[in-house]
Write a protein that binds this ligand. Structure first.
Ligand SMILES: [Zn+2]
Length: 202
């Protein structure tokens, strides 16, 4: 059963990071965490940023939500994503923020289809409406889905710079924003270039 597999997984993790390499967590406890990179990823079980980038403990600060979305800045105490962004930027001083989207995203599919299609939901439609403008396209069906998956990353990158202290750091050259897209089927990682084109990174 999966739950037992996870407990066994923790035992393997402890062997690797506490017994075989005792300095890793000793340092992370004594010196604290100093991740240089924040990753904003989807909650999708197939796109765990630590697994797909093979990051070590302490290397990436992660927030995950439905469709890896960033809302526009406002004083909303209930938005976990915004609070994570503030902590990453103002307290941890991360040098990079990666918005990591992916293909076959259920949240984006919902955004593309929710008007009249699919079951009633209480909360998801309101959340994915953050990327409503990404859905404004003449494309239809699968092509629309493919387009909106990437356009939603652009919306999140644009929304990031509505956070005033984040925008300041970008302007000063102390923070770099990245749009990444993980193609599940091809096994590729793409990045959004300044020109707006998407190029294969790896
Ligand atoms: Zn997703």
């Amino acid at each position: 059963m999966t739950i037992h597999k996870l407990i066994d997984g923790f035992k393997s993790f402890r062997q690797e990071y506490y017994i075989d390499q005792p300095d890793i967590y000793k340092d992370l406890v004594e010196k604290g965490q100093h991740p240089e990179v924040m990753v904003i990823a989807c909650s999708d079980s197939r796109v765990n940023p630590s697994i797909i980038t093979q990051a070590n403990p302490g290397e990436i600060f992660v927030v995950r939500n439905v469709a890896n979305l960033v809302p526009i800045y406002r004083n909303d105490h209930n938005c976990a994503t915004s609070a994570c962004i503030e902590f990453a930027v103002r307290d941890l001083g991360v040098k990079h923020i990666v918005v990591l989207g992916h293909s076959e995203c259920g949240g984006i599919k919902r955004l593309c289809e929710h008007k009249g299609i699919g079951p009633e939901r209480d909360l998801i439609d309101g959340w994915v409406s953050i990327a409503e403008t990404a859905g404004a396209t003449d494309l239809e069906g699968f092509e629309k889905f493919r387009h909106v998956e990437r356009a939603a990353i652009t919306v999140s990158l644009e929304n990031l710079v509505t956070f005033p202290w984040l925008k300041r750091r970008v302007k000063e050259g102390n923070l770099e924003l990245h749009g990444w897209f993980f193609d599940l089927e091809a096994g590729n990682l793409l990045t959004k270039m300044a020109s707006g084109e998407w190029n294969v990174l790896a």
